[in-house]
Design a protein. Structure first.
Length: 180
């Protein structure tokens, strides 16, 4: 898979600038760390503990280039980092990958970037011999849009663990066959 794959998105909610039309999904670079940290915090979706976990995975990829647990790709448009995803093979499985993070800059949400990142991740998983991608999220109303995003991209709810995160917050597991 071409790591500088051009992105063509036609379902944009807002008019895309010329620079955004020249967008690409590419591999993570060290210079992306701070823009990604700011982007993750600015979404106002994640606690500081969750931000720390996201940054820990980013650092793992940057600091240990030979590691095979995590793959991070970034959506860049007009020189700006507008989103990223983090995937990795699920230990002990054949062809299952976890989608650990997919985050889009708050001001760019609804413009098709999340869909572009999801399509890129699926293509990459396919190219690596993967067959199934799993995404986990919360059941709280705060994550309604996240669950709707997964459903709109063809993910199915495959499991739910009641009270997983806290008594009133279930773990919702989505899965998608990347071969279809």
């Amino acid at each position: 898979m071409n790591v500088m794959e051009p992105v063509t998105e036609t379902r944009a909610v807002r008019r895309l600038s010329d620079a955004e039309h020249r967008a690409c999904v590419r591999t993570l670079k060290r210079s992306d760390r701070e823009p990604l940290a700011e982007l993750i915090r600015a979404t106002e979706m994640f606690s500081e503990a969750e931000v720390a976990i996201a940054l820990e995975l980013i650092d793992a990829v940057l600091d240990r280039p030979g590691q095979r647990d995590y793959i991070i790709n970034v959506y860049e448009a007009g020189g700006a980092v507008l989103g990223y995803y983090c995937i990795g093979p699920t230990p002990g499985t054949e062809g299952t990958f976890d989608l650990y993070w997919i985050v889009v800059a708050r001001e760019a949400q609804g413009s098709g970037i999340g869909g572009a990142l999801d399509r890129h991740a699926r293509g990459l998983v396919r190219s690596l011999g993967g067959r199934l991608m799993i995404a986990e999220t919360s059941s709280t109303p705060r994550y309604d849009a996240t669950r709707a995003f997964y459903a709109s991209k063809g993910y199915e709810e495959v499991a739910r663990i009641k009270g997983y995160y806290r008594p009133d917050d279930d773990l919702v597991v989505f899965g998608v066959d990347v071969q279809s």
